[in-house]
Ligand binder design. Structure first.
Ligand SMILES: [Zn+2]
Length: 209
């Protein structure tokens, strides 16, 4: 499968990479890659479902991380049928192109009664209008099955506890996580309030927490 070399299954992300790539700054210089830590868990034990977890990064010259991950999850769902609860922890929010691929994929997940929660550290808007439109399109498919929002300290700590080779180390930016996450949430809110349909689909996850 294309991009497989950028997927690490059942492997924790190393601490230094997490500390650099997930820092929730507005201007994050040098963070040209996107990392997504993922956990795809069967909703019930004892079924045919099998957990899939690890992390994926984009291939700078080719596929974005989200596209690689969708393909990986599709393969998994085909071979290990069941209903899954999925969580993604992303260094950047999806770009416009990825959002346009995610929307139909998410609708399909919903039809199959899988859930996905997406937490992102920073808001990606290199191509402002297109990327903002993408976030609005994602917001329109928010439901009981799909939620998205900015990573808070709680999610950062969850990553350190479960998905990062942290060995008791302390993030240099842990103390500023909450205030920075508040700024990222306000930015997300300002993008989404301009979208039609936000009221119907509800507020983004963790907007006010
Ligand atoms: Zn993308």
């Amino acid at each position: 499968m294309a991009g497989d070399e950028n997927v690490r299954v059942s492997e924790k992300l190393d601490f230094n990479t997490f500390e650099f790539e997930f820092e929730n700054l507005h201007y994050a210089e040098g963070r040209g890659r996107t990392y997504v830590i993922f956990d795809v868990k069967p909703q019930s034990e004892g079924g045919r479902g099998k957990r899939l977890w690890g992390y994926v990064r984009n291939n700078p010259l080719d596929d974005h991380a989200e596209v690689i991950l969708m393909s990986k999850i599709n393969d998994h769902l085909e071979t290990h049928q069941g209903n899954y609860t999925m969580t993604w922890y992303m260094s950047w929010s999806p770009c416009g192109n990825c959002s346009s691929e995610l929307v139909p994929w998410l609708k399909n997940l919903e039809e199959q009664q899988h859930t996905l929660t997406m937490h992102f550290s920073r808001i990606y808007d290199k191509d402002r209008a297109v990327d903002h439109r993408g976030l609005c399109d994602l917001q329109r498919v928010v439901s009981n099955y799909f939620q998205m929002g900015v990573m808070r300290k709680k999610e950062v700590k969850k990553c350190l506890a479960e998905y990062v080779e942290a060995s008791g180390r302390t993030l240099r930016w842990l103390r500023t996580t909450t205030s920075n996450a508040g700024r990222r949430r306000r930015k997300l809110y300002s993008i989404l309030v301009r979208c039609a349909g936000m009221r119907e689909s509800g507020m983004p996850l963790h907007l006010f927490t």
